[in-house]
Ligand binder design. Structure first.
Ligand code: NI
Length: 168
């Protein structure tokens, strides 16, 4: 496994549409292993392949809605599609490719995704709250869409400060 470099918003790779994965081979497994390690190392909750310069439909999401005492775990999504979405949430959203920038983005509260796993087997997974937001955000990346394009507005300096204070 190895850490991969995360591209930032100046990189045009982030604005391109990704191609489906057709080969569920060692190269894909290496990509998923590296993306998982890179995500955990960055303290993020989601990472899409174009963020590490690979224009394929691959995403990793950290499921943080776990019972107390249990560790968050990674969900690997290959060729994911949203099959149902309901409810609504509005809140601050950020991206590992735009460090320090946050915007207010409306997203569904509950989202179910159908995807393939690293072996090509189809499965469905549901997420709520932050995980639902993350599914939407990461799937947008596969279309070359960055959250700033969906934000009602970006957070002000003052709001960012307050956010930092709350996190400390
Ligand atoms: Ni992102």
């Amino acid at each position: 496994m190895a850490l991969r470099n995360i591209l930032t918003k100046e990189d045009q790779t982030l604005y391109k549409k990704c191609r489906p994965v057709t080969d569920f081979n060692a190269r894909l497994h290496q990509l998923l292993d590296d993306m998982g390690e890179t995500l955990l190392d960055s303290d993020g909750v989601g990472l899409a392949a174009p963020q590490v310069g690979v224009l394929r439909r691959v995403v990793v999401v950290l499921e943080t809605n776990v019972p107390e005492g249990q560790e968050p775990y990674l969900i690997e999504l290959v060729n994911p599609e949203i099959i149902s979405a309901s409810g609504e949430q509005s809140g601050a959203e950020g991206c590992l490719s735009l460090p320090g920038e946050y915007g207010l983005v409306k997203r569904p509260m509950d989202v179910t995704v159908r995807a393939q796993n690293r072996y090509g087997e189809t499965f469905s997974v549901s997420g709520t709250g932050l995980t639902a937001r993350c599914f939407c955000h990461e799937l947008d990346h596969l279309e070359g869409v960055i959250f700033t394009a969906r934000a009602e507005r970006m957070l002000t300096e003052e709001e960012l400060q307050r956010r930092e204070n709350n996190e400390d």
